[in-house]
Design a protein around this ligand. Structure first.
Ligand code: FDA
Length: 955
C-alpha cells in the first residue's frame, strides 16, 4: 500500500505546485510572514497569548501595554521590533494600536468567513461557483447562561428558517449545511448527571433537527472534549431514533480518530444506522483538543484518552477511513483533513472500494489550505469548506486554535510549507513524536470518571447499601452517651455514636502514652508500609467512603470523591516522603567526632479534625503523625464521626496496632476543651475555627511548667479573587462559581470576596448573575446536585440569621438570591451581595455558606491592597492576562496558596502544598515537604570518638 501512496503523492504534488501562491500573489507573502513569525517557539507562544487577550482590551493604553508586556524581552524580527518601539511614546501609541488591530483582524478574517450567513451572500455564492460546498458554524464555545444558549439555538433556528435564501435546490450537494456545538446549546453540562445532561441536550437538539428536516437543511454535530463524548453520542442516538427523525438522512456527527476508542465509536454508529435503517453522515477528523485532553487526564490522574504519538493518530485515521469507505451503505463518509497523505490514502481506498464521487466528500477549514481545496476540486472530488461565522471576540478561541494547528511542528501543513522532503511527507507515519510523560514523586490516585456508566452505577449502589443499613450504631458501652449523626439533606438520623466523657479521654491519653515507647521502635519503613497499605484499602473502598460522605456531610458526588482521593494521596505522599524526611539523617562527621541527627516521635498526638474534609484532613494529620513515630488520639468533628470511624477501621486493617491509634469522638466544647491541655498530650494537630485554634495555642504555651506544646493549627480564611480588566469571562466565571459555591461554600479555601476592576464590573456581573442559576441546589446524593445543604442545624440557623440581617442592611446590595431552595434539609439560598465598605463583616469575617461578597476596585493596585486587607491569609486567585500584573501579584499577595487564572480551591497533594499565613494557620504545609518533620523531634547526637589520642577510623 505504501508505494502507491508515494506514487500518487508525487503526482499530486506535481499538479498542486502551480496552484500554490507565487511571489506575485499577496497570500504568498502573508504565508511567508506567518511562517517567519512562528519560527521561534517562545515568540509564537507569547503572540498566541496576546491574540487570545486582544479582544478583551478596550483602550489604546491597554492594547499597547499588553503588547509590550508579552513581547518585550524576546528576540524579535525587525518588523515586530519597530512596532514595539511605537508603544513607548503616547504620540505613536494610537497608531500602534491601530496597526495591531488591523493585523489581528486581518488574521481573523483569513479564517472567519463573515459575521453572519446573510451578511456576505455574494462571497458565499462565489465559493459555490468555484465548486465548493460549505458547512456554516456560528462561533462560540461553551455557553454560561440559559440566555446565551437560547440565543445560540435561536440563531440556528433562524438560519434554518431563512434557508430558502441560500438553498437553491434540494439537491443533496446544494442544501444548507450547518455545524453546531452541543456545549453551546446547554450551559454547564454535567458529567455526573449523565441522564439529565442527555435529556437536556436532546430537548435542545430536537426543535433544531425537526425544523431542519422540514426545511431540508443538513445538521452536523461537532465533537468536543472527551468529557462530553458519551453525552453527545447518546443524545445523537436518541434524536436519530425519534419517530419523527428516524428517516431523516441529512444529519451527521464527528468521530475523532485521535481518541483510542474511535474504532468502537464507528462500529456503534454503524449499529445505529442499521437500527434506524436510514443512513447518516460521519465526519472523520483527527481531533482538535489534543493538548487539553492530555492536560486534563494528567491533572485528574486518568489514562490519556487520545494517542500521544502523532503517527498513531495518522494511522488510526487511515484505518478508519478504510472502515468508513467499506460501509457506505450504512453511512456517508466526510473526510475532514488538510493532510495530503491522508487524502491520498483515501483516494486509493475510494477506488479499491468502488465508491463513486457521490459516495463521500472531503472537507477542509475555510482559510487553512485554500490551494489544497482548489486542487481537490480540480481532481473531481467534492470539497466542503467548514466556514465559521461570527464576530472576532467570541471567535478568538477558534482563531487561536487555527493558528496553533497552522504552526504546530507535528502538523502536516507546517511540514509542507517548510519544504519537508516529499518522501518524508508521504511515507508511512513514523513514531518520532512520542510524548514524554511526567514522572511524579508519588503516584496520585485518579479521580472517578463519572462519564462511565459503570462508575455511576457503583456510586449509586454504594449509596443504596448505606441507606439500607441506617441507622448504624457504634459502640456498646452502657455508661457512654449516645449521640445521633444526621443526614443534612433531610435531617434523618443515620447513626448513633458513643461519645467519650472526660475520664474516658484521660484514660485514652494514658493508654496512648504507654504504647508510645514500643511504637517509637517500629522502623519508619514498616510504618510507611502500613500507611501505603491504608492508601490501597481506601482506594478499594472508595465508593463506600465517598457515598457515606455524601450522606453524612452533604458533599455531592464529585466533591466526595475528591475527598477520598486526597486521603489516598496524603497516605502515598507521606509514606514516600517518610523515607527521606524521617529517621536517621545525614550530617557531617569528622575525624574523632561522630555526628548524627535522628527524627523520632514526640509522644501522644491529639488530632482534632473538621467535618468539611472529614476523611482527607483527618487522614492526612493522623498518618503524618503516626509515620513520625507518635501515637494518635483521633477526635473527629461531631458531625462526621461515622466516616472517621471508617478511617479508623481501615488504619487498623492496614496494620496500625490498636494501642497506637484511638478513635475518640466526644463533644469538643464540653469535654475535649477541659482535657486537651493535659501534659500527656505532646502535640496537637488541629484544623477548624480560628477561635478554637487560638485557644489551643494559648493553652499550650506553658503546659504544667514543663513544655511548650506544638500546635499545628489550620484555621480558615477569608479568601479573595481579583478580576482584571483583560479577562475572558467564559474562562473566569466557572472558576468563580465553583470556588465560591461548591460544597455550599463550606471549604476553608472557598472564595468569599470578589474584587472586580471597575472597567468591566457591570459586564462581568451581568454574566455572572445570569450564570449562577445554572448551579443547582439539590440534595447531595442526587446526581444533579451542584450545591448541597449546610452541615447542621446550628450552621443553618447562623446563616439564616446572617441573611436576615443582610436583608435589612443598607450598606450592602443584594445582587442575587436563589429561589429554588430545597425545603427538607439544611439548605440556604446561594447569595451574592455588593459591598462598599471593606470593614463590613461580609468582607472580614469567615462564614461557611454559599455567600459571595463583591466589591468594585479602581485598579489592579487597589485590588491588591484590598485583597491583603484581612486578618486571614489562606488562598487567593488572580484572574489576569497581563504578565506584569501576574508577576506583581505573586510578590505582593499575603496568602499561603495563590492561584493564577484558576479557582482558589482544590489543592492537590504534592502539587499545591496547602496552608495559610496570618490567622489562617501555623505549621508546615499539608501535602508538602517538611510536613512530617514537624510531628517529630529532631535529636542531634555527637560522640567524641578519641580515646587518649587514639582515633577510631570507623567513624
Ligand atoms: P495533521 O495531519 O497535521 O494532523 C494534526 C492532528 O494530529 C492534530 O489536530 C491532532 O489531532 C493530531 N496530533 C498532533 N500531534 C499529535 C501527537 N503528538 N499525538 C497524537 N496526535 C497528534 N476537530 C474536532 O475535534 N471536532 C470537530 O468537530 C472538528 N471539525 C472539523 C471540521 C473540518 C471540516 C475540519 C477540516 C476539521 C475539523 N476539526 C475538528 C479539526 C481536526 O480535528 C484537526 O484538528 C485538523 O483538521 C488538523 O488535522 P489534519 O488532519 O488536517 O492535519
Amino acid at each position: 500500500m505504501e508505494d502507491p501512496i508515494l506514487k500518487r503523492g508525487d503526482e499530486w504534488i506535481e499538479k498542486l505546485t502551480p496552484k500554490l501562491p507565487t511571489i506575485l500573489n499577496p497570500s504568498y507573502w502573508e504565508d511567508q510572514l506567518v511562517q517567519s513569525l512562528f519560527a521561534s517557539h517562545e515568540f509564537q507562544n507569547q503572540l498566541f497569548r496576546f491574540v487570545d487577550v486582544f479582544p478583551a482590551l478596550k483602550t489604546t493604553e491597554n492594547v499597547v501595554e499588553h503588547f509590550r508586556a508579552y513581547l518585550e524581552n524576546l528576540e524579535l524580527s525587525p518588523r515586530v521590533e519597530s512596532l514595539l518601539s511605537l508603544t513607548t511614546s503616547p504620540l505613536t501609541q494610537v497608531m500602534c494600536q491601530r496597526l495591531i488591530k488591523f493585523s489581528v483582524e486581518k488574521m481573523a478574517k483569513k479564517y472567519i468567513l463573515a459575521e453572519s450567513l446573510f451578511s456576505n451572500k455574494a462571497f458565499i455564492k462565489g465559493l459555490e461557483y468555484q465548486g465548493y460546498r460549505m458547512s456554516f458554524d456560528i462561533l462560540g464555545e461553551a455557553t454560561l447562561t440559559e440566555r446565551e444558549a437560547k440565543n445560540y439555538s435561536d440563531l440556528y433556528l433562524s438560519m434554518i428558517d431563512r434557508s430558502d435564501e441560500i438553498n437553491e435546490s434540494q439537491e443533496p450537494s446544494k442544501i444548507l449545511n450547518l455545524s453546531l456545538k452541543s456545549t453551546a446549546l446547554i450551559p454547564h453540562l454535567s458529567m455526573v448527571d449523565h441522564e439529565g445532561s442527555v435529556s437536556k441536550l436532546v430537548e435542545a437538539l430536537l426543535p433544531i433537527l425537526m425544523k431542519a428536516k422540514e426545511k431540508h437543511v443538513f445538521i452536523n454535530i461537532d465533537m468536543e472534549q472527551t468529557d462530553f463524548h458519551e453525552i453527545i453520542y447518546d443524545a445523537f442516538e436518541v434524536c436519530l431514533l425519534h419517530e419523527d427523525l428516524i428517516d431523516y438522512e441529512d444529519i451527521g456527527i464527528v468521530v475523532q480518530a485521535y481518541t483510542k476508542d474511535s474504532e468502537q465509536r464507528c462500529l456503534k454508529l454503524f449499529e445505529l444506522s442499521k437500527k434506524r435503517e436510514t443512513s447518516f453522515a460521519i465526519r472523520l477528523v483527527k481531533g482538535a483538543y489534543w493538548d487539553y485532553e492530555i492536560a486534563m487526564a494528567r491533572q485528574r490522574g486518568w489514562p490519556i484518552p487520545v494517542f500521544t504519538d502523532k503517527s498513531k493518530s495518522d494511522e488510526q485515521y487511515d484505518k478508519l477511513s478504510t472502515l468508513l469507505l467499506e460501509n457506505t451503505k450504512l453511512i456517508y463518509p466526510a473526510f475532514a483533513t488538510h493532510n495530503l497523505r491522508s487524502m491520498v490514502h483515501i483516494s486509493l481506498e475510494v477506488e479499491k472500494n468502488e465508491v463513486g464521487s457521490k459516495g463521500f466528500e472531503f472537507q477542509m477549514l475555510y482559510g487553512m489550505a485554500p490551494a489544497f481545496g482548489e486542487f481537490i476540486l480540480a481532481e473531481g472530488y467534492h470539497c466542503r469548506l467548514y466556514c465559521p461565522l461570527g464576530e472576532m471576540i467570541p471567535g478568538m478561541g477558534y482563531l487561536v486554535r487555527r493558528l496553533l494547528e497552522n504552526s504546530s511542528n507535528t502538523g502536516f501543513l507546517k511540514k509542507f510549507h517548510a519544504g519537508v522532503d516529499l518522501k518524508v511527507l508521504f511515507s508511512k507515519p513514523d513514531s518520532l513524536d512520542e510524548l514524554k510523560l511526567d514522572t511524579h514523586t508519588y503516584s496520585k490516585a485518579p479521580l472517578l470518571n463519572f462519564t462511565q456508566t459503570e462508575v455511576r452505577e457503583q456510586f449509586e449502589n454504594a449509596l443504596m447499601e448505606w441507606e439500607a443499613n441506617f441507622p448504624i450504631c457504634i459502640g456498646e458501652h452502657s455508661h457512654l452517651e449516645k449521640v445521633n449523626v444526621f443526614n443534612p439533606n433531610n435531617k434523618e438520623c443515620i447513626a448513633e455514636i458513643e461519645f467519650l466523657k472526660e475520664k474516658d479521654l484521660l484514660n485514652v491519653f494514658e493508654k496512648a502514652d504507654e504504647a508510645f515507647v514500643s511504637w517509637k521502635k517500629v522502623s519508619v519503613k514498616d510504618k510507611a508500609k502500613m500507611i501505603a497499605r491504608c492508601a490501597n484499602i481506601l482506594e478499594e473502598k472508595r465508593f463506600k467512603l465517598a457515598s457515606l460522605m455524601s450522606l453524612e456531610v452533604g458533599k455531592n458526588w464529585e466533591e466526595a470523591d475528591a475527598d477520598v482521593v486526597e486521603a489516598i494521596d496524603f497516605c502515598r505522599f507521606y509514606a514516600k516522603q517518610s523515607e527521606k524526611e524521617l529517621g536517621l539523617q545525614e550530617v557531617i562527621s569528622t575525624m574523632g567526632e561522630s555526628n548524627c541527627l535522628n527524627y523520632e516521635g514526640r509522644g501522644v498526638t491529639l488530632v482534632i479534625s473538621p467535618w468539611n474534609f472529614p476523611l482527607a484532613i483527618l487522614c492526612g494529620m493522623t498518618t503524618a503523625s503516626l509515620l513520625a513515630g507518635n501515637t494518635v488520639v483521633m477526635k473527629p468533628a461531631e458531625q462526621s464521626a461515622l466516616i472517621a470511624y471508617e478511617l479508623y477501621k481501615i488504619l487498623l486493617d492496614s496494620g496500625v496496632p490498636e494501642d497506637v491509634l484511638y478513635y475518640s469522638p466526644c463533644d469538643g466544647e464540653k469535654v475535649l476543651s477541659k482535657v486537651c491541655d493535659h501534659a500527656l498530650v505532646k502535640q496537637i494537630a488541629f484544623t477548624g475555627s480560628k477561635e478554637v485554634g487560638l485557644e489551643l495555642l494559648q493553652k499550650s504555651l506553658c503546659v504544667e511548667n514543663s513544655m511548650i506544646r506544638p500546635v499545628y493549627a489550620e484555621m480558615g480564611g477569608k479568601n479573595s479573587a481579583y478580576i482584571d480588566n483583560d479577562t475572558d469571562f467564559d474562562e473566569v466565571i466557572p472558576h468563580v462559581l465553583h470556588s465560591a459555591f461548591a460544597f455550599a461554600g463550606q471549604k476553608c479555601s472557598a472564595l468569599s470576596r470578589l474584587f472586580i476592576h471597575k472597567d468591566i464590573k457591570d459586564e462581568f456581573m451581568e454574566r455572572l448573575l445570569e450564570s449562577v442559576p445554572t448551579y443547582q441546589l439539590e440534595i447531595s446524593t442526587d446526581k444533579k446536585c451542584d450545591v448541597g445543604p449546610l452541615i447542621d442545624e446550628t450552621s443553618f440557623e447562623r446563616v439564616n440569621d446572617l441573611l436576615q440581617v443582610l436583608e435589612e442592611d443598607a450598606n450592602v446590595k443584594q445582587c442575587y438570591k436563589s429561589h429554588d431552595v430545597p425545603k427538607q434539609g439544611y439548605f440556604v439560598p446561594i447569595s451574592i451581595y455588593e459591598v462598599g465598605d471593606l470593614k463590613h463583616p461580609l468582607m472580614q469575617d469567615e462564614f461557611f455558606a454559599p455567600i459571595l461578597a463583591i466589591m468594585c476596585v479602581d485598579s489592579f493596585e487597589d485590588g491588591m491592597m484590598k485583597m491583603n486587607d484581612s486578618s486571614f491569609g489562606l488562598t487567593a486567585s488572580i484572574f489576569s492576562r497581563h504578565p506584569v500584573h501576574i508577576e506583581q501579584a505573586k510578590e505582593r499577595l499575603e496568602v499561603g496558596n495563590l492561584y493564577i487564572n484558576r479557582g482558589c480551591t482544590g489543592a492537590v497533594v504534592g502539587r499545591q502544598p496547602f496552608g495559610g499565613l496570618k490567622l489562617s494557620g501555623t505549621g508546615r504545609k499539608a501535602g508538602g515537604t517538611g510536613y512530617l518533620q514537624q510531628f517529630a523531634v529532631a535529636k542531634t547526637v555527637t560522640e567524641n570518638t578519641c580515646r587518649h589520642g587514639f582515633v577510631s577510623h570507623e567513624t
